[in-house]
Design a protein around this ligand. Structure first.
Ligand code: SF4
Length: 334
């Protein structure tokens, strides 16, 4: 297996060529690159001569930009590392914003054993999907699989997505748009392939791209956990309706609608806004359950660690009898 690291330097060098006239540049770095923060800010300063300000809040996606607070303190550009832009809101940045994609450098490991395992899981006609870090492997994976008899397709999803085959935790349209019988997910982690399996109802094989391990995305444990949270929330009387002001996570009208639904159903509510949501924000308010209208991944990944049920918007509609519990409805941003 080749050594895996993050490939961010060429992207910074390219972007800095456009920023020679800037005086104060803000930088956002995802958690996985925090250890490189000093190297990154030093390099930007050397290449541009500008003052460089690292924004210390976490960032989870292009939905989660620091352009507005950085504008308030006089920054004249933002460099955002690790995510691709979301085309639908690219006209609304408060200051010029430049995205530096961060790729995993390891080569694709797709040997005959892995191909045979994929054949055991998937039919012949498949779509290929992945996350931003592995988009550069999609075409090559398709070429190899075609040589072994697969009929592969890739497409770009909706306006939140910039790359061919790209998935987000809140959007699997790059899978849903394809007329295929199954999907190969290239990447790590279970969350993204589960969204594909649940939103398409088709089998999904997961290929860990650098060690060649193949597995099936099995939604059963996930569904068990989500239906348990839904069931627990049925008895909840006081609800927090959580919303964010971040450009790609802001759904204030939806938050107000879900609050109305809860009130009509005889529940007490309080609307709670923040950049990033946590259970600590609700301490002392006597909250029995919460619904998140910002990043739905929070409910799925962090929800199980909260002492109260934390539901997505469609899960809350199930509690209130507005939609059927099956098939399980993922909360997707359009
Ligand atoms: S899953 Fe959450 S963090 Fe990721 S793009 Fe969607 S809203 Fe942003």
């Amino acid at each position: 297996m080749s050594e895996i690291s993050f490939d961010w330097k060429p992207g910074i060098e390219e972007v800095c060529l456009k920023l020679k006239d800037k005086k104060r540049i803000g930088v956002q770095v995802p958690d996985g690159l925090k250890t490189k923060s000093h190297e990154i800010t030093t390099l930007i300063n050397e290449l541009t001569g500008a003052k460089v300000l690292l924004w210390g809040e976490p960032t989870y996606g292009a939905c989660d930009l620091a352009d507005r607070p950085l504008e308030e303190i006089g920054a004249d550009a933002l460099i955002h590392l690790g995510h691709l832009p979301m085309p639908y809101h690219s006209e609304f940045y408060a200051i010029p914003t430049y995205f530096v994609p961060v790729r995993h450098t390891g080569t694709l490991n797709l040997e005959i054993e892995a191909i045979n395992e994929i054949k055991n899981i998937l039919p012949n006609k498949i779509g290929i999907v992945t996350t931003a870090q592995h988009l550069h492997l999609v075409d090559y994976a398709g070429e190899i699989l075609e040589k072994h008899g697969f009929d592969t397709s890739v497409t770009t999803g909706g306006p939140r997505l910039a790359g061919q085959g790209q998935l987000l935790g809140c959007n699997s349209s790059a899978a849903r748009r394809l007329r295929v019988d199954g999907f190969l997910y290239i990447g790590t982690g279970l969350f993204h392939p589960l969204t594909v399996a649940l939103s398409t109802g088709k089998p999904v094989a997961c290929l860990e791209p650098h060690n060649g391990i193949v597995s099936i995305a099995d939604p059963k444990p996930f569904l068990k956990q989500r239906y348990a949270a839904i069931s627990k929330a049925k008895d909840a009387q006081r609800w927090a309706v959580l919303f964010s002001n971040q450009i790609g996570q802001k759904r204030i009208e939806l938050a107000e609608k879900i609050e109305e639904l809860l009130i009509k159903g005889g529940r007490e509510t309080i609307m709670v806004g923040s950049i990033h949501q946590s259970h600590d924000q609700l301490l002392g308010m006597g909250i029995d359950a919460a619904v998140i209208t910002a990043c739905p991944r929070l409910a799925i990944e962090d929800g199980p660690t909260w002492p109260i049920p934390l539901l997505t918007v469609p899960e809350t509609k199930i509690v209130m009898g507005k939609i059927k519990p099956e098939p399980y409805p993922f909360d997707e941003f359009a």
